[in-house]
Design a protein around this ligand. Structure first.
Ligand SMILES: C[S@@+](CC[C@H](N)C(=O)[O-])C[C@H]1O[C@@H](n2cnc3c(N)ncnc32)[C@H](O)[C@@H]1O
Length: 248
């Protein structure tokens, strides 16, 4: 039987093109850029960078103040898409692509000013999160920032958000290996590892119902999709957690 990690990678390879087409810049992305602008950002590592959508915005906004960007993603298809998108921003000395699962990467020590992980940590099981965040902590320089963006890090209370949450669960139960943790858990892990100035915000991200086409044949999903279809614009609340590596 193929192991879980191989299954996830194959599944992302299959979805890379459609995901990249549907992925739109949202409030959550602008918040990440605003935070990064005020933080040290000379050397950046992005984990699970996908299509390179936020990296492109970073290069456009911060220009030469980024001397090095590493894109780490387990999916070769996503790396190919990001490579094309980022081509004009530099050669391999400035932009590095690493195709590996985040748990298998041998993180360099104190290399980066910022590590970004957007909608990707939920692909690792809870028991592996601590070790991963420790590696991220070590990879950061003094005063470096870890920016963690996650979806479904709390149970929604309103109708539309609840519908989206249920839809996501049906999608998840159909074979996606996703381990969404509560935001309090992430904050506790960051704190226990040594991050300080931990802060949490809840920006929104656009949701495209097409993403759930694959579960339309499931009765419950179909019912929810037809309810949600009445909305012109759908958004879900994300959780954005930041922590700083500092001795203070
Ligand atoms: C939901 S997409 C998010 C992409 C991007 N961060 C964004 O905000 O558009 C998840 C990304 O994580 C990558 N991924 C999934 N599991 C991974 C793993 N174990 N290690 C590294 N990347 C992984 C996928 O290939 C995909 O690019």
């Amino acid at each position: 039987m193929r192991d879980e990690s191989t299954r996830i990678i194959e599944s992302w390879n299959e979805k890379a093109a459609i995901y990249s087409k549907q992925r739109k810049i949202s409030e959550a992305d602008f918040l990440v850029l605003d935070i990064l602008e005020k933080a040290p950002h000379e050397k950046i590592l992005e984990i699970g960078a996908g299509s390179g959508i936020i990296a492109k915005k970073m290069f456009d906004r911060f220009g030469e103040s980024i001397s090095h960007y590493t894109d780490l993603d387990a999916s070769q298809e996503f790396i190919n898409i990001a490579r094309k998108r980022l081509k004009k921003y530099g050669t391999c000395t400035r932009i590095e692509f690493i195709c590996l699962p985040m748990n298998d990467y041998d993180y360099p020590i104190e290399k980066y000013d910022a590590v970004i992980a957007m909608s990707v940590i939920h692909h690792v099981r809870r028991k592996s999160i601590r070790k991963l965040v420790q590696s991220i902590y070590r990879a950061l320089r003094e005063n470096g920032i870890f920016i963690l963006l996650e979806d479904w890090a709390e149970t929604p209370k309103t109708g539309t958000e609840q519908d989206l949450y249920t839809l996501r669960k049906i999608y998840g139960n159909k074979g996606e290996s996703e381990y969404h943790q509560h935001w309090k858990y992430y904050c506790d892990v960051l704190k226990s590892i040594g991050f300080s100035h931990i802060s949490r915000k809840t920006p929104r991200r656009n949701i495209d119902l097409e993403f759930f086409d694959g579960i339309k044949e499931i009765e419950d999903a179909r019912r929810i999709i037809s309810r949600l279809n009445k909305h012109v614009r759908l958004e879900s609340r994300m959780t954005l957690i930041t922590g700083i590596k500092t001795n203070i």
